[in-house]
Design a protein around this ligand. Structure first.
Ligand SMILES: *Cc1c(COP(=O)(O)O)cnc(C)c1O
Length: 533
């Protein structure tokens, strides 16, 4: 063995050299700054051909600059979504408090599977989930939670608790002949389908309840579905309510769903299905929980106050949930992965636990110290707790209120301006949230009247299909003619989350997830629509 070469490896890759590391980090930061001066478009095109044909590995040991060079083109070729012109979807720029947290985490690289491998980082997770649970369940007695790889996995935890509640021991025996179902709304995230498949229920056993025109689950249909499944001998394991649908920000009435589930279980003498709430996007409305509207210390404008008041009322519904999914990597402007699964009562985690014999590595295990007893994952990153606590405390409750209020206000501004155009119609006008979904039709069409007829069910499907294709055509026309340096980027959804008499409503979509987006961006957006026609 060549001792000199070995020493070089130890020196370059296992010895902390702050000067070398910060020099490279500064180069990355400068590239990020340079990106900020460019329009939000692809700086480099993908080269998938060679990525597969020539996956190279260097032969000789190098240094940290080789590590830099190995990733730099891909780093430069990736948009960090920091431009205020990005309005396409529920993705925003990551905040720098989160970066500080993430770097701290990466430097220690704890493993949250057990506190032996994570020590105080495990304690930080307890702190983070308790802080979030207090915000969402509102000072509940004994909450708990864990960070997961994403909203999908957090929803999976909720569904799995439901499965164990209605089919006790399924973790061990499997579903056997039990016929189980889950319920979501028509506007729920598609991840619930994945979950039903992966849990072994089957995607066909996930039932979608129609929404009303505000993109909320129809409660009458929910009650009906519970009865219908019961009559067929099917046990409903979970109802996953959506608190903030991905496209239209629709919010299910969690408190009312609670009453329906309790009533159903009591009447039928069956276990109450798990009431899980997918608040991946909408959870930030909880930041207004204690905002005093009368004192209005942050000077919210008169148009904002009723929005905040409604946000408070909606968020109060979360207290009725058994468990909640939040994605900090969405409107927490944190780094991926920053999703938390929260339970209102810690005892519910027993439904997820395996016995110590099943996890022989953790022979001295205790649920509080060793989350791996009930988590799906074994090794688990601590990025969530670090990015969340750094962000929550760096920005502060007041800071969060300002950030979220601004997103709500911009969304409402755009809604009002679009609604005043005869050929446009906002579909989520009465919904509180950061997104806007709307129709743009050719000049001369009365969008409001068409919308009314769709809701009443008096517009023939073929006629609606023609309007929908006009809408799409106009969207594509704007895409082709837009100036990437000036025009905000939008997206198009073929199903915004509500079907009226069988017609899925398509829409143009904008999401206000970037705190730097301002009125000038809004002006330009409305102008680009007026110009188009
Ligand atoms: C994004 C989203 C999810 C999925 O979350 P991931 O973190 O992307 O896995 C689930 N539900 C809703 C409502 C979402 O918007």
């Amino acid at each position: 063995m060549d001792p000199k070469l070995y020493d070089q490896i130890i020196r370059n890759f296992f010895t902390c050299d702050p000067a070398a590391i910060t020099a490279i980090f500064r180069e990355f930061l400068m590239a990020v700054q340079a990106e900020g001066t460019l329009p939000p478009s692809q700086h480099m095109e993908q080269n998938y051909e060679t990525a597969q044909a020539n996956p190279e590995i260097h032969v000789l040991p190098g240094n940290l600059k080789d590590a830099r060079d190995a990733v730099f083109p891909y780093f430069w070729g990736t948009d960090s979504w920091s431009s205020p012109l990005h309005l396409e979807n529920v993705k925003g720029p990551a905040n720098y408090a989160s970066l500080v947290g993430a770097l701290a985490c990466l430097l220690k690289n704890p493993n949250l599977c057990t506190d032996t491998y994570s020590q105080r980082s495990n304690e930080l997770e307890v702190k983070a989930v308790t802080a979030l649970a207090n915000l969402l369940f509102y000072h509940t007695d004994d909450p708990w939670g864990v960070f997961t790889m994403g909203g999908t996995i957090s929803n999976l935890y909720g569904a799995k608790i439901g499965v164990e509640k209605v089919a006790p021991g399924a973790m061990h025996t499997g579903l056997a002949s039990a016929r189980l179902a889950g319920i979501v709304s028509e506007a729920a995230h598609y991840s619930n389908q994945s979950i039903a498949g992966w849990l072994g229920l089957g995607t066909a056993q996930l039932h979608s309840i129609p929404t009303d025109e505000r993109f909320s689950m129809r409660l009458d249909f929910l009650a009906e579905k519970l009865e219908q499944l019961h009559t067929q001998g099917v046990r409903t394991a979970f109802v996953t309510a959506t608190f903030g649908t991905t496209d239209a920000s629709g919010i299910d009435d969690v408190a009312a769903i609670r009453r329906i589930l309790d009533d159903f279980a009591a009447r039928r003498g069956v276990p109450t299905p798990q009431l899980h709430v997918d608040a991946a996007v909408g959870w930030v409305l909880s930041f207004f929980g204690e905002y005093n509207l009368a004192a209005n210390e942050l000077g919210f404008c008169p148009r904002l106050l009723p929005l905040v008041q409604r946000a408070q009322a909606l968020a109060a519904g979360l207290r009725a949930a058994d468990s909640i999914t939040i994605d900090f990597h969405k409107m927490g402007w944190g780094h991926y992965p920053g999703s938390a699964f929260l339970v209102n009562r810690r005892a519910d985690l027993r439904y997820l636990s395996r016995s110590v014999e099943d996890t022989p590595y953790f022979c001295e295990a205790d649920g509080r110290r060793d989350p791996a007893l009930f988590t799906l994952e074994c090794s688990r990153p601590a990025l969530g707790p670090y990015t969340v606590m750094a962000s929550l405390n760096g920005i502060g409750l007041t800071g969060w209120q300002l950030l979220v209020a601004r997103a709500l206000l911009l969304a409402d501004d755009l809604k009002q301006r679009l609604e005043s155009l005869e050929y446009a119609k906002v579909l989520n006008l009465d919904v509180v949230g950061p997104s806007v979904v709307w129709w743009v039709l050719p000049k001369g069409r009365n969008a409001r009247e068409i919308y009314q007829r769709v809701l009443e069910g008096t517009l023939p499907a073929d006629k609606f299909a023609r309007y929908a294709s006009e809408m799409r055509h106009l969207f594509e026309k704007r895409e082709k003619s837009m100036d990437p340096a000036l025009d905000p980027r939008l997206s198009y959804t073929t199903h915004a989350g509500h079907s009226a008499h069988g017609l899925a409503l398509p829409a143009w979509k904008a999401v206000f997830f970037n705190p730097m987006t301002n009125d000038a961006v809004l002006d330009r957006l409305v102008y680009s629509i007026e110009e188009l026609l």
